[in-house]
Design a protein around this ligand. Structure first.
Ligand code: ATP
Ligand code: MN
Length: 328
């Protein structure tokens, strides 16, 4: 789970060219614009990440025009992600570095509304024999990156759609959204994708307990930034249910080919890890392989030899994408 608001140390402060009232602080791996001289290196601050929504209270009145929501901004040419407050906005008490204070401040996460087509009828919660799709942001992973230096990773484009899982488990075929197992209905988009690609038939042919996880993109989803007609499903994970782990890249490619499906675009299949967060954010910039006029949302960087999955991949989101689409 993301720590939206926490106690963090100011790691660095730099001036912004041409600006005399503001400067840029480094908190975790984030760059945050702050008032000049409000903080100094080593200070503890309350840091709130983008997607934080503050309560409608007098002390946060200045956030009203922004609907109390923290978004990616650009000030004097400097990208700013998040917001820093002095510790005294917290109730009296003892606080330690990295402590989460989201609830204390009554901050909640911004969640975009879900279109009707994507809601569906619920068959059950997300199956426990699978793992939900999720990726941690690179800005909070400094220690893990340093530990992974030199390891080989695979970089894919992060597609901005809706997480889709198809599974065959003990002869039962199922279709899931990010968080739910869904009943088959005519109008439900996830099931439409299963029918479009004949997923049930294909998985039965494979004849094993397996799940395909990918992103469905296109009309009606996240403003269809790739300007597609209809919808496409792009696989990013294949999960071996019996082993309770992901298949390796070779097996992944073989299965995707055998089933005649599309995978998410691969940007680099031998990426040697380094631990410079700013460079990994820079690397996320660029345009989509699917539409060269659309800024890409970012990249997902995954350890080449991973079986267990969790904790072996992360995302780097393109700040230019967030600026353009407003952290949607
Ligand atoms: P956050 O946790 O940062 O608040 P979030 O949990 O909504 O945000 P996303 O930003 O949607 O997460 O990022 C994770 C999702 O990215 C995964 O659930 C998956 O559906 C999607 N995704 C898109 N492209 C890829 C890809 N190439 N590899 C892995 N996941 C991908
Ligand atoms: Mn997440």
């Amino acid at each position: 789970m993301r720590k939206l608001v926490s106690i963090q140390k100011v790691l660095d402060i730099k001036s912004i060219e041409g600006a005399d009232a503001i400067e840029v602080a480094k908190v975790l791996g984030w760059s945050v614009v702050v008032k000049k001289n409000e903080f100094k290196v080593g200070d503890m601050v309350v840091y709130a990440e983008i997607d934080s929504v503050f309560p409608d209270k007098p002390e946060f009145e200045f956030l009203r025009p922004r609907k109390f929501r923290i978004k990616t901004m650009k000030l004097r040419g400097q990208v700013s992600q998040g917001i820093c407050f002095p510790l005294d906005i917290l109730p009296d008490g003892e606080y330690v570095e990295d402590q989460e204070v989201t609830d204390i401040l009554e901050v909640v996460k911004f969640e975009p509304p879900i279109p009707k087509e994507l809601q569906g009828l619920v068959k059950g919660t997300f199956p426990e024999f699978l793992v939900k799709t999720d990726e941690t942001r690179v800005q909070v992973l400094q220690r893990q990156l340093t530990e992974s230096k030199g390891d080989v990773y695979v970089v894919t484009e992060k597609l901005d759609g809706t997480s889709t899982t198809f599974y065959l488990h003990n002869d039962e075929f199922g279709v899931c959204s990010r968080n739910l197992d869904l009943l088959e209905t005519e109008g439900n988009l996830y099931w439409k994708m299963a029918r479009k690609y004949d997923i049930e038939e294909k998985l039965r042919k494979l004849g094993r307990n397996i799940a395909l996880q990918g992103e469905t993109i296109g009309e009606g989803i996240q403003s269809n930034k790739y300007k597609l007609q209809g919808h496409e499903f792009h696989v990013f994970n294949i999960f071996d249910i019996d082993k309770h782990g992901y298949v390796n890249p070779e097996e992944f490619n073989a299965i995707v080919k055998e089933l005649g499906l599309n995978a998410v675009p691969v940007l680099d299949d031998v990426f040697i890890m380094h631990d410079k967060i700013d460079e990994l954010v820079e690397y996320a910039k660029g345009f989509s392989v699917l539409n060269n006029k659309t800024k890409r949302e970012g990249v997902v960087i995954k350890l080449r030899d991973h079986e267990t999955g969790e904790g072996h991949s992360f995302k780097s989101i393109n700040p230019e994408f967030l600026l353009k689409y407003g952290d949607d």
